[in-house]
Ligand binder design. Sequence first.
Ligand code: ZN
Ligand code: ZN
Length: 168
Amino acid sequence: MTSTEVSPPETTHRPEALADSIRAAGLRVTAPRLAVLLALAESPHSTADRLFASVRTDLPGTSLQAVYGVLAAFTAAGLTRKIEPSGSAALFERRVGDNHHHIVCTRCGTVRDVDCAVGAAPCLTPEDASGFAVQAAEVTYWGVCPTCQVELATTLSSAPLLLNKGAR
Ligand SMILES: [Zn+2]
Ligand SMILES: [Zn+2]
């Protein structure tokens, strides 16, 4: 580990640290809640389906409905954040409270965090907020991820006549 960036410490993946954060959010610690939080720690910006798939191997009795219930409780308690980029199922993450934004690949749907543009919410001050007390600005940047850029470049150079559809 280098000390270049302020990223969440790996220690937050430990079960006891996860249990602590569930308790700190005012929730009771249960096996499904722990499992979902661990899965989220390992793959941020996951859908409920994807979390269910990773949770069910350890907890075969868990249902997708139970995972939705856990995520709803987490999000209501401020333990997780739910984002809904257009065209995507709802995604969940543990990074909360910093008003960070997201950049989404228009080709493969990969999502990455983008730090708040100016540092504190709301980082975009509207010209006229119509009298509203603004609390947050949700920004989604759209673009093509590095992997897709490489794949597109390869596709374009090898098949110049097939460049209007990315589907395969
Ligand atoms: Zn991509
Ligand atoms: Zn994020």
